[in-house]
Design a binder for this molecule. Structure first.
Ligand code: NDP
Length: 484
């Protein structure tokens, strides 16, 4: 792509300008410059995508699993072959370190296609014999039709493909919208899909603003299911729009995850992993452990060692190999995160390192950089411990008993993931049972087996992605009862 090239929608296998010919600017977070434009698509563009998806569905829904599997695996291979190009595009669009995009984002996007390409060949439905009644029931798992997939900016291609791959594997046709803030790798994906032989109209990618393009997808009466990942407030809005139309909904929303550290843990492993679970991707991962609770007997030691390690993290341009912390995704987001650091001060939080001042990176002075920030908080009740910040900011505080930390861990509106550090098996099982979260990691963080159910409870969402859960979401179950 040349500088300032306008990207296009991908509809019916073709790259098209938006009908209105209107565009929005796309910023490079590492230097604050506009480097491209993306379609500001309207409901007319969504309608065009819908017609294309609807007509593709007739054929696609009847293709064999083997045929779909071959195409999905081909997409995966092409992503791997183009890893460098995609990683560079992701890093430039999002501000994340190029090394991270190479190691995590793009390989995982490729894995998503490979995983669901294989999973669909193993997806079986149930059969129930009504013994004594002389009947057999079997369940058909049929594709839903045209479905909508809407994803956020933090792990752009990774989360986009996590929805698209199971949707098309299950025989649906898709209208997908990436975040307007990070559209680039979704745009490039269209080329790969054509090269892999994905039939026209099976996947349609419409770019634009959430409030217009996204809203047009969610409110379209014939788009039967919406898989959404994003903020809790947006999720609530989408649920309000979709519910009266009885759409199937999968909502993966915000988090405020506890990282609970007991004195009997493997200290070095915990320390190194806690730095990663706090600040990977500038803390902009819904799974980051942003509230760190440390058993009182090792609190002072942890505080000293943790802050020392965090201070060593290098904030820098995303393309530098030495960079640990790249740019935040946008100026408004940078300002939001910085404001929370100020709020922490007003609430008597003590800034142990970092702070709300923008970090200046030489030659990229207008980039959106912040130092990783650790705040010691006097109570769990404060706003920085209750509200999602979604940036390079964590809080730390001590606890005395298992009961006390369990209560604090659960006392937020969110319930996405928890990390627990202990070598006590009974405590692990006791706490895992009682923690109000969809995922519990014990002595590790963000270890992902794609077969496992993924999602949150409370304000972190409804529904589960991953493995057969995703294939169940993207199919309707129909029971057939035959009397013999
Ligand atoms: P948003 O909710 O702002 O946006 C998510 C997506 O929804 C974007 O594509 C956005 O478009 C679109 N959107 C916005 N408004 C509407 C609407 N009215 N109708 C339809 N679509 C709409 O989230 P962010 O992009 O800011 O992402 C950060 C959030 O995502 C955090 O809260 C984070 O915790 C959560 N998240 C959750 C994960 C999980 O698995 N539970 C994983 C990753 C992130 P646009 O960008 O153009 O506005």
């Amino acid at each position: 792509m040349t500088k300032m090239e306008k990207i296009k929608n991908y509809i019916n296998g073709e790259f098209r300008n938006p009908i209105s010919n209107k565009y929005v600017d796309n910023y490079n977070p590492s230097n604050g410059e506009i480097y491209g434009q993306i379609p500001n698509s309207s409901s007319e563009d969504v309608e065009l995508a819908y017609s294309s998806a609807k007509s593709a569905f007739r054929q696609w829904s009847k293709t064999t699993f083997e045929y779909r599997s071959r195409i999905l695996i081909k997409i995966s291979e092409l992503l791997e072959e183009n890893l460098e190009r995609f990683a560079e595009a992701e890093s430039k669009d999002n501000g994340k370190p190029l090394s991270l995009a190479r190691k995590i984002d793009i390989p995982r996007a490729a894995s998503n296609f490979r995983f669901f390409g294989n999973a669909i060949t193993q997806f079986a439905s149930e059969s129930h014999e009504s013994v004594g009644e002389g009947a057999i029931n079997y369940t058909l798992r049929q594709p839903i039709g045209v479905v909508g997939c809407i994803s956020p900016w933090n792990l752009p291609l990774y989360l986009f493909t996590w929805k698209i791959a199971p949707a098309i594997a299950a025989g649906n046709c898709v209208i997908a919208k990436p975040s307007e803030v990070t559209p680039m790798t979704a745009y490039l994906l269209g080329e790969i899909c054509n090269e892999a032989g994905l039939p026209k109209g099976v996947l349609n990618i419409v770019h634009g603003l959430g409030t217009t393009t996204g809203q047009a997808i969610v409110s379209h009466p014939d788009i039967k299911a919406i898989s959404f990942t994003g903020g809790t407030a947006t999720g609530a809005h989408i649920a309000r729009v979709a519910a009266p139309m009885f759409k199937k909904l999968s909502l993966e929303l915000g988090g405020k995850n506890p990282n609970i550290i007991f004195a009997d843990c493997d200290y070095e492993d915990m320390l190194e992993t806690s730095v990663r679970s706090s600040f990977t991707n500038q803390g902009q991962i819904c799974l980051c452990g942003s509230r760190i609770f440390v058993e009182a007997s090792i609190y002072e030691r942890f505080k000293k060692d943790f802050v020392e390690k965090v201070k060593q993290l290098k904030v820098g341009h995303p393309s530098e190999t030495s960079t640990d912390i790249g740019a935040l995704v946008s100026k408004p987001h940078l300002e939001k995160v910085a404001e929370y650091i100020e709020i922490a001060k007003q609430e008597n939080g003590k800034i142990l390192c970092g702070g709300s001042d923008r970090v200046t990176v030489k030659n990229f002075e207008e980039g959106y950089y912040l130092a990783p920030t650790v705040i010691e908080v006097p109570t769990d009740e404060c706003r920085v411990n209750q509200e999602e910040i979604f940036g390079p900011v964590v809080t730390i505080m001590p606890f005395n008993t298992e009961e006390e930390v369990l209560e604090m861990a659960n006392k937020v509106k969110y319930g996405l993931s928890t990390t627990l550090w202990t070598s006590d098996l009974k405590r692990t099982m006791r706490m895992s049972n009682q923690l109000q979260s969809g995922i519990v990691w014990v002595n590790t963080w963000m270890m992902r087996d794609l077969r496992t159910p993924f999602g949150g409870v409370k304000a972190s969402g409804v529904g589960r992605e991953g493995g057969f859960e995703a294939l169940r979401f993207f199919t309707d179950a129909k029971n057939v009862c035959i009397k013999y």
